[in-house]
Design a protein around this ligand. Sequence first.
Ligand code: APR
Length: 315
Amino acid sequence: MARPKVTIIGAGMTGSTTAHWLAAAELADIVLVDIVEGMPQGKGLDLLEAMPIIGSDVNIVGANDYEPTKDSDIVIITAGMPRKPGMSRDELLEVNAKIVKTVAEQAIQYSPNAIFIVLTNPLDVMTYLTWKVTGLPTHRVVGQAGILDSARMRAFVAMELGVSVENVHCYVLGGHGDSMVPLTRHSNVAGIPLNQILPPDRLAAIVERTRKGGGEIVSLLKKGSAFYAPSAALAQMVEAILKDKHLIVPASAYVNGEYGLKGFFFGVPTQLGRKGVEKIIEYDLNEEEMAALKKSAEHVQANIAKLEEILAKLG
Ligand code: APR
């Protein structure tokens, strides 16, 4: 049986680190695509040369064109500008819209049967754009954000309580930005809801740190944004899809009435398998949680309106 094929567009920090996780897990052959000449080829070859050491029989190539990406099972889009300190993800909208539009248009021509996973920010809007440009059915386009935001919250809770990260389950929904919605009632440590295990002030501090988690890394790095955790999250989604795991994770998926929302991509609990997004899980949310989710949805919708203006200008 042929090994699955995953194309990663954008061989920068996140793209190349994603390739690293996928290759180490022997999940798929990998094609790295970037506009910088030689860079994806160089990183691809370097990673390929690591395979004998770790004992992984996958093929990795780099390219500046899309021919080698032909018939990919999954296409990941990480191409675009990362944030600079003090910048919000929204400020990347115009520059990254142009990039994502170009790369999605090219990638779909070579891999019409692929599932597209988007990482470029502002995430929910770029996922919507990829769906529009590719013309794919909604279940074959999904954005990565919720696994990352939830993992950040899990890490903070594990540190606070001194328990294994494996015991901590957190669910962060909503748009990937400061309006994201960490669900403290649904998040738990070995089955005990977070709001029963942590005092309110500590819980509030963890929620706030989670919301600003990306910005915390950006201000520490000074150049570029987080890439280890975002790429690990991408690798988890790839594994869930290729192994048809029916894994439930928060991700940016097309909402069609769930949570009273319709017609755009937004962070919700999704079930991922070989066909892509198999279903959206609806939690029982209270009034306060629903209000926070609606507020976040309005933010994403406002950005989609801005995107439509940009697309109209681009023609
Ligand atoms: N085609 C292919 N690659 C492109 C294109 C394009 N049209 N435009 C830019 N790129 C490439 C860049 O050359 C660069 O190598 O995208 C890569 C982006 O990598 P980094 O600058 O290292 O950024 P990274 O940290 O990986 O973040 C990428 O993910 O998390 C988000 O906000 C982040 O939007 C950003 C994206």
